[in-house]
Design a protein around this ligand. Structure first.
Ligand code: NDP
Ligand code: KPL
Length: 294
């Protein structure tokens, strides 16, 4: 390509701004799509704190424009709107969102869809201010058409850890199992991730959730030690407040439908019983209802 590649971040919140920051610093032409007070703040500057301390001027806009590659970094309940705005506007779309189903929604509107899972961590501390909380790795894989190698090249040039994998669907489900176990419990009990392992009664429930998820993955043809995986992640991220807990504390919707909701839906399709996950789904829905209506 003779001209500079144009990269777009659709949903310039915590993780989108972090990715966009690294990509712009590497010399790419980056557009950040945001809304409301976040857009107003980003039109002045993007500030990164935490592991980095820097401020940059960015091209922040309200609506999607034409781009070579677009990262979709909205919460999963906003993916449909993102897909509609991106139709005919981007050669490749890549999602690093948590949850199941985002890639399939994007597939309806864009020809080349790259699935992704990231363990980079970022929090929005104020409008236009993002705390870079943890270095991680991003796994990518072609979902529809091609694009994973192009996206990986962009992230590599941006100095980020990235790996293209054969089976991105498996990676997405593994992350969903971690989120389905840690996120609802931390949100319902309002505790940091480490408490899931530390409090015996809670760990018993976590084990039940993880074992049900393991059965669903088994029925899908994937072997996984879900209990050990969850124990490892909860221990490593012991001081984190999970994204679902943060959503509840901010009085916002959660991604429960794209996480536990999708696991329960897949379980029904495959004839697997998931009573504890169903309970978590109902309780978090109830919690959302109570905070959104108060
Ligand atoms: N933060 C992290 O460390 C990680 C996040 N993820 C995943 O990445 C995704 C994004 O998470 P995160 O960055 O934390 O979430 P944020 O809420 O911080 O960011 C999403 C942003 O997208 C904006 N947005 C939504 N719809 C539109 C639209 N139509 N036009 C313009 N802007 C829009 C939101 O605006 P508004 O606030 O007005 O809704 C918000 O600013 C989630 O799926 C999450 O699970 C995965 C790994 C790590
Ligand atoms: C891995 C974990 C649980 C880390 O907090 C996460 O992805 C989240 O909070 O959504």
């Amino acid at each position: 390509m003779g001209r500079k590649m144009k990269v777009q971040i659709f949903g310039a919140g915590a993780i989108g701004c972090l990715f966009g920051y690294f990509i712009q610093k590497a010399g790419f032409d980056v557009v950040f799509v945001a809304r409301g007070k976040q857009l107003e703040a980003l039109q002045k500057e993007l500030r990164i704190t935490g592991l980095i301390d820097d401020s940059i001027s960015i091209d922040a806009r309200r609506y999607a424009c034409k781009a070579d590659v677009t990262f979709v970094t909205v919460k999963s309940y906003d993916t449909q709107t993102a897909a509609e705005q991106l139709a005919g506007k981007t050669e490749v779309v890549c999602t690093v969102q948590n949850g199941i189903g985002n890639e399939d929604i994007l597939t309806e509107k864009v020809d080349n869809v790259v699935g992704g899972v990231t363990s980079y961590a970022a929090n929005l501390v104020d409008y236009g201010v993002v705390c870079y909380a943890g270095e991680g790795i991003t796994y990518l894989g072609d979902w529809k058409g091609e694009g994973a190698s192009v996206v990986a090249e962009i992230l590599k040039k941006a100095g980020m850890n990235v790996e293209v994998v054969e089976d991105i669907e498996r990676k997405k489900w593994e992350k969903a199992v971690i989120n389905a176990t840690i996120n609802p419990l931390t949100a319902l009990l309002r505790v940091e991730n480490g408490k899931i392992v530390e409090i015996e009664d809670v760990w018993n429930v976590a084990e039940s959730i993880a074992k049900e998820c393991e059965e669903v993955m088994k029925a899908m043809g994937y072997k996984l030690n879900a209990v050990e995986l969850v124990r490892e992640v909860a221990t490593k991220t012991a001081r984190n407040r999970s994204s679902m807990l943060q959503d509840i504390e901010r009085g916002r919707r959660t991604e429960i439908e794209a996480i536990t909701g999708e696991i329960v839906r897949k379980a029904k399709e495959l004839g697997v019983e998931t009573p504890v996950n169903e309970l978590m789904l109902r309780l978090v829905r109830g919690l959302e209802c109570s905070i959104l209506s108060s």
